[in-house]
Design a binder for this molecule. Structure first.
Ligand code: SAH
Length: 254
């Protein structure tokens, strides 16, 4: 009888050990996810504070709850290189390789808010980069088309988007100056690289009633974040917001 009890105790011990051994990595992963969620919550507070303090330049003292929720949902740490993970939820741009950067989260929130995205919209992004801005948009609209000129960067961004299940994002390698005519017209267009002037193909591919957000100015210097509105009669108006610094929009023909 004692032998049976001993065997039962040994078995229980084995079972518990096996369970713990499999639960441990799971709980470490859960803790990391909770950490990131907490860091993301702090980032949202930071973005809200910056929105309030820059209201006189941007014309908006807060961002729409939908935009803030999208920022809260997207795991920015998944879009930055391993070496930058610890900084993923700091409110600043980070290097993503090949001399390119993932934009400051405040700027992503601001540009997204300026676009005023609606659930049925189809949006074009020029400059896929890490894929982060495309993911934020994908949380808010029906479909996102995003173009990246650097093949290695674009492929990596596309892979992260795919792995995270953003299947309403369509990626392409090419020169975004030309837009993506096959899927035009777009309800909104967002350019995340600085152009010396507003590319005419992008204005042409905007729907009447649509919005284009783009940093305009010299490469390597300070640019202005510009909002273009296309009216129902096809005319466009331009308004300028805050000074920004983006990597340049490069042309494949350069
Ligand atoms: N939206 C990105 C930020 C990327 S930085 C993110 O969320 O991470 C700007 C990106 O624009 C770079 O990856 C750069 O290679 C790309 N780019 C520059 N010129 C371009 C062009 N003509 N067409 C498409 N992408 C371009």
């Amino acid at each position: 009888m004692r032998a049976v009890k001993r065997r039962a105790a040994w078995l229980l011990h084995r079972v518990l050990f096996v369970c713990c051994a499999t639960l441990l990595p799971f709980s470490v992963a859960m803790n990391a996810e909770n950490d990131y969620a907490e860091q993301r919550a702090r980032l949202l507070v930071d973005i809200a504070g910056m929105a309030a303090s820059s209201a006189s330049y941007t014309g908006r003292s807060s961002f729409s709850p939908r935009v803030m929720q999208a920022i809260e949902r997207v795991p920015r740490h998944a879009f930055v290189p391993e070496s930058q993970r610890a900084h993923a939820y700091e409110n600043r741009p980070l290097p993503i390789g090949e001399g390119q950067t993932i934009s400051q989260p405040f700027i992503v929130a601001l540009m997204t808010d300026m676009l005023e995205p609606r659930p049925d919209d189809v949006v074009l992004e020029v400059g896929t980069g890490s894929g982060y801005q495309a993911a934020v948009l994908a949380e808010l609209v029906a479909r996102v088309y995003t173009v990246e000129v650097l093949e290695s960067v674009g492929k990596r961004g596309a892979q992260v988007l795919r792995e995270l299940g953003y299947d309403n994002v369509h990626t392409r390698i090419g020169d975004g100056y030309e837009g993506w005519p096959e899927h035009a017209p777009f309800d909104g267009i967002i350019v995340t690289a600085a152009a010396p002037h507003i590319p005419q193909p992008l204005i042409d591919q905007l729907k009447p009633g649509g919005r284009l957000v783009i940093p305009v100015g010299p490469s390597g210097g300070v640019q202005t974040l510009v909002l273009i509105r296309k009216h129902m009669d096809g005319s466009v108006t331009r308004s300028e917001t805050i000074p920004v610094q983006f990597v340049p929009l490069t042309r494949t023909a350069d």
